[in-house]
Write a new protein. Structure first.
Lengths: 200, 202
């Protein structure tokens, strides 16, 4: 088994899902969480001036989805065939598209504009997205096949991140997506990890 | 009847890397280009309401990066192990970030905001990207291993998109990246496709 060292800030942000994937796969990794003040010194040492980065036996990989796919493959969560792998990838790509819209309101500095953007997101963008994704998930609560994949974990991770920013549970009324969330949170590795992460 | 059916608009846009990869691999496919007027009827039949889509083995895939990776895998152009595949993935993700900034710039209607965005792309986004990517490509002009991968093709396609807005040799001090461009452009199957492909505005 290669040695893994993940570096990111302390918060959930972009690396939350990566830590979940390690947990789901029972894969040991060094979970490095840096302070904001340490970032300027580290930045030029990264391939593209961003984190998270994953060091694997000395090679540095950046870009959250590239890292996620690598860990998912190691954990057996990347789909069982090339076609399934592509189906996992497309679900993850769709979540990235939503993430771009989340970042847009998240980094908005004008408070009034920020609230407008959050309102638009909560009332239009997210419901439309979830309606689409409800149809893409199956009734056993998986996006691809009949077992947990990175697609399910990535979906849960984004919903977990969003829950502090929205007034209500966005999955209310979405039967399949609620099952996806339940499947992810009942994975033993993930359950143990979430218990640790959320109990301070 | 080819086993692959790609559907997009009559444009290079998000579909061109996929077409370049099919060409490089010598894989036959149906290259369907729809009119804008036909899109509303097709849209609800797609997995996520956007194009391109690829129909293969009774399934419909969407998301251009996913489709490109799938075709590249079939073509043996993703790298030789999981780590090389991850390296190719990260390059392509970096390309997509620049692509997204270009699109934001293209679609900005406010002229003065557009000029600001263009300035930011030219002074910050592009130089930073080319500096990083120059270190990630090797002196033989490949991002992964020592043969053409989809990372090289995606980078080539990005530079093609950049050129109309930013003419001039952006790679003149970047030997590794100049070689990547030469390797992709010099691939006979890719060169043939570029010469023969349908004309489109973008």
């Amino acid at each position: 088994m290669p040695s893994y060292k993940l570096t990111y800030f302390k918060h959930w942000g972009r690396a939350g899902v990566l830590r979940l994937l390690f947990a789901a796969g029972g894969i040991e990794f060094e979970d490095v969480r840096i302070e904001r003040e340490q970032w300027p010194e580290l930045k030029p040492k990264t391939p593209m001036g961003q984190i998270p980065i994953l060091e694997v036996d000395g090679t540095i990989i950046c870009q959250t989805k590239a890292i996620g796919r690598l860990i998912a493959k190691e954990a057996g969560l990347a789909g069982k065939t090339p076609l399934e792998a592509a189906q996992v990838d497309m679900i993850v790509d769709g979540l990235s598209d939503l993430q771009v819209k989340i970042v847009d309101f998240f980094i908005e500095k004008d408070e009034k504009k920020k609230q407008e953007k959050i309102k638009e997101f909560a009332e239009k963008t997210l419901p439309m997205f979830l309606d689409t994704y409800e149809k893409l998930a199956n009734s056993s609560g998986h996006f691809v096949g009949d077992a947990l994949t990175w697609a399910d974990v990535d979906f849960f991770s984004l919903m977990f991140f969003l829950k502090d920013h929205l007034p209500n549970d966005p999955l209310k009324g979405h039967v399949n997506l609620t099952k996806v969330r339940d499947n992810v949170t009942s994975n033993p590795g993930i359950a143990a990890w979430m218990e640790k992460e959320t109990s301070h | 009847m080819p086993a692959y059916k790609l559907t997009y608009f009559n444009a290079r846009g998000r579909a061109e890397p996929i077409r370049l990869l099919f060409a490089a691999a010598g894989i036959k496919y149906e290259d369907v280009r729809i009119e804008g007027a036909d899109w509303p009827a097709l849209k609800p039949k797609t997995p996520m309401g956007h194009l391109p889509i690829l129909e293969v083995d009774g399934t419909t895939l969407c998301e251009s990066t996913t489709i490109a990776r799938f075709v590249a895998k079939r073509a043996g152009m993703v790298g030789k192990d999981d780590l090389e595949e991850a390296k190719a993935d990260m390059i392509v993700d970096g390309v997509k970030e620049v692509f997204r900034k270009l699109l934001t710039m293209f679609f900005e209607k406010d002229e003065s905001k557009k000029e600001e965005l263009k300035k930011d792309v030219f002074e910050n986004t592009l130089p930073e990207c080319l500096r990083s990517f120059g270190k990630l490509a090797n002196p033989s002009g490949y991002f992964v291993g020592d043969s053409l991968s989809w990372a090289d093709v995606e980078f080539y396609n990005l530079m093609e998109m950049v050129r109309p807005s930013f003419p001039g040799d952006l790679l003149k001090d970047n030997a590794n990246l100049s070689k990547v461009i030469a390797n992709v452009g010099g691939n006979p199957a890719i060169a043939k496709w570029i010469k023969e492909r349908p004309e489109s505005a973008f």
